[in-house]
Design a protein around this ligand. Structure first.
Ligand code: DX5
Ligand code: ZN
Length: 218
């Protein structure tokens, strides 16, 4: 099984963003992970369309945007316009999640649903058949560099059993505190895509770390 590594640009050096984009382009990474925060759904503000556009102009790999914002429907079409191809919204931020997922697909993107650490995977039972991916938060969203919550591994295993039953094509992505110590266990539990912020960008050789993570197999 080939794993997907998505370096989180939240941990990049924003004063030298083009250098970090080039590093990801030239590395064995699969996607760029873009964290969008509104200061309401999460206690932090990250970056918006001007930065996403700048990344899109240089990125040679798909953009995976993770919306940590309330009422994300307002911005779905604009994310498609700026070149995002994988878009996730939070279960906890959407009143009409099925409608939102359809909106993302109609805009031509892959649709993901993200869940916070406290949200049980059972909440996703009715939406999994419609999802291209589920993003499991392994930290409370809002900041890079936090510690991995170990119970996420069991959560992924439970979710994997659900996806196998109702939508085997649904990819499980894990986000938050992912590193070389926990990635193999997450992959064994059924995760396929891995967001890595600090573990990549604080490594002495970020590109080598990406290759190392990508090679971790079952
Ligand atoms: C946190 C974000 C993550 C974050 C991951 O709210 O969703 O994508 O950038 O960073 P690390 O890997 O450092 O936990
Ligand atoms: Zn994220």
């Amino acid at each position: 099984m080939s794993l997907i590594i998505a370096p989180s640009m939240l941990s990049a050096d924003f004063a030298h963003l083009s250098d970090d984009i080039r590093m990801v382009n030239e590395s064995r990474a699969d996607w760029f992970h873009l964290d969008i925060m509104d200061g309401l759904f999460v206690p932090n503000i990250s970056y918006g369309f001007p930065v996403v556009k700048a990344i899109a102009a240089l990125a040679e790999k798909p953009l995976d945007a993770h919306l940590m914002i309330m009422n994300p429907d307002r911005y779905i079409d604009r994310f498609a316009e700026v070149g995002v191809s994988w878009l996730s919204v939070h279960y906890e931020a959407c009143t009409h999640l099925h409608r939102t997922v359809q909106h993302i697909k109609n805009a031509g993107m892959k649709a993901g649903v993200a869940i916070n650490p406290h949200t049980p995977v059972s909440s996703l039972e009715e939406i999994i058949p419609y999802c291209d991916y589920v993003l499991v938060m392994a930290v409370n969203p809002g900041f890079g560099g936090q510690s991995f919550i170990p119970t996420t591994i069991d959560k992924v295993a439970k979710l994997y059993a659900m996806t196998e039953k109702s939508n085997p094509d649904c990819i499980i992505e894990v986000d938050g505190g992912v590193n070389e110590a926990n990635m193999a266990s997450l992959a064994a539990a059924g995760a396929k895509a891995f967001v890595a912020g600090n573990s990549v960008f604080t490594a002495e050789d970020p590109s080598a770390m990406i290759a190392k993570l990508r090679n971790l197999s079952l």
